[in-house]
Design a protein around this ligand. Structure first.
Ligand code: PLP
Length: 470
């Protein structure tokens, strides 16, 4: 594409994005398509001759956009929201344009060093100690895999050469509310499904330290080797936070790797009055945290903090002759700290976000989201028809429609119907989870563009659909 043409289309696309980001209400937040509908609208075979760019853009608008669920929509209140903020979009555009690949320092020194600085800036904003080395990878799931691989390398140093087959069983400990990515990592690392022990949680959905201690002692007596404890700061269903100081004590006592999955709640450390919720995480060996959840950075961008980067290198460093460089002793080659060789310049969009909003700007927005969530929780609490199902620590509210006339199963069904009807409106999008066997609803405030009116809109819709149940 000649540069003049690039400029014309580039301007057009920036205008489109600008209008899109400001278009509250133009698109339904949840895609209103059936499975296969988008595919059926696309050409079944590729063009042999190149096509006009205008036509490609037109098809993007007509065939792709209607099949999108709009995570940038201010009515997106499902799962944990994830916003493409404008500075991050522009940073990402530049990262794509320069096409940096920081597989080793030499293949893009700036990408390697900006990543280190960006992760370290965020560490400072979170109040974590300076001996945590920060890495930026795609997702919390992969970061957890890497951290647990490092923990496994430490627990089974002999496995690096010979594999695990002749060694005792290894175990990872986590609460029953841990994210499925932990189980996937454990299976991927060859510890088998039984390699993770899910411990029962207390009434506030937090790991019970006593149960953890008992499980470790039982395993040790049976010859099972503890590999790591995974504590969660912000569980997926309810955003509960495990008792991190007590877990850190137990890990220290037994010399076990402590990993904290703070994929959602970690960024709360930026907010002065929320930081105490995370107390104890500073004693972890590794922490994962997603910028692509509550830090206004689009997919994908996830941080791994590790105070034993040498253990990560033990697990992953494998340097073929063609990647050896003279600088390897003084520079960090990022390929040595994870599975992937090639790595995109994810740090740039986060660097833009940190600079554009500043620590104060980020803290103010996170604080406001928590305020909106508390406001919504207040409406739930003051109504006879609704019930709060967990405390609202951050931006997530977990609640349920109740009708004393219906039994628990019919109440489940009523909640499911309400949720479907609310989401079909296209105005807002909420999600659900299952808590102690019961279907409950989740409203998660975390989108940069969500304001009071959107949360209020969700509440009115819920009330309307509940009333319609008749
Ligand atoms: N951990 C927790 C607590 C989560 O809630 C999630 C996703 O919601 C993940 C891990 C996985 O994150 P990712 O999609 O970045 O792998």
């Amino acid at each position: 594409m000649p540069p003049e043409e690039f400029l014309v289309h580039g301007r057009h696309i920036l205008e489109w994005i600008s209008e899109y980001l400001g278009s509250d209400g133009r698109y339904p937040v949840l895609a209103q398509v059936r499975p296969g509908e988008v595919r059926a609208s696309l050409a079944p075979s590729p063009p042999w001759e190149g096509e006009a760019f205008e036509q490609i853009l037109r098809d993007f608008e007509e065939q792709v956009v209607p099949g999108l669920t709009h995570w940038n929509h201010p009515g997106f209140l499902a799962y944990f929201a994830n916003t493409a903020s404008s500075p991050a979009i522009l940073g990402d555009l530049l990262a794509t344009a320069v096409n940096a690949n920081a597989m080793i320092w030499k293949t893009s020194p700036a990408a390697t060093e900006v990543e280190g600085v960006t992760a370290d800036w965020l560490r400072q904003l979170l109040g974590l100690p300076g001996d945590f080395a920060g890495f930026i990878n795609d997702t919390a799931s992969h970061n957890t895999l890497y951290a647990l691989a490092a923990a496994r390398a430490r627990a089974f140093p002999e496995a690096g050469e010979d594999g695990l087959h002749s060694l005792p069983a290894g175990r990872i400990y986590a609460s029953e509310h841990v994210h499925s990515s932990i189980d996937k990592a454990v299976v991927t690392l060859g510890l088998g499904r039984r390699g993770v022990r899910h411990l029962p949680a207390d009434g506030s959905y937090r790991m019970k330290p006593k149960a953890l201690r008992a499980a470790i002692e039982e395993d040790l007596a049976a010859g099972v080797r503890p590999v790591a404890v995974v504590a969660v700061a912000g569980t997926t269903s309810i955003a509960s936070i495990d008792p991190l100081p007590e877990i850190a004590d137990i890990c220290r006592e037994h010399g076990i790797w402590m990993h904290v999955d703070a994929a959602y709640a970690g960024v709360a450390g930026i907010v002065r009055e929320l930081r105490p919720l995370l107390a104890g995480w500073e004693r972890a060996d590794s922490i994962v945290l997603n910028a692509h959840k509550w830090l206004f950075t689009p997919m994908d961008c996830a941080l791994l903090y590790c105070r034993r980067p040498e253990a990560l290198a033990d697990a992953f460093s494998l340097v073929p002759p063609y990647l050896r460089t003279r600088e390897a002793d003084e520079a960090r080659d990022l390929m040595n700290y994870g599975v992937a060789l090639g790595r995109s310049f994810r740090a740039l969009k986060l660097w833009f976000v940190l600079r554009y909003f500043g620590g104060r700007g980020l803290a103010e927005r996170l604080r406001e989201h928590c305020r909106l969530a508390r406001r919504f929780a207040g409406w739930v609490q003051s109504s006879d028809r609704w019930q709060l199902m967990a405390s609202t620590l951050l931006g997530l509210v977990v609640f349920r429609y109740r009708d004393p006339g219906l039994g628990p199963d019919r109440t489940d069904l009523a909640n499911e119907r309400i949720l479907d009807a609310v989401n079909a409106s296209g105005e807002v999008f909420l999600s659900h989870t299952v808590l102690e066997g019961r279907y409950v609803l989740r409203l998660s405030v975390g989108n940069l563009r969500t304001r009071h009116e959107h949360v209020e809109r969700a509440w009115r819709r819920l009330e309307l659909e509940a009333a319609r149940l008749g």
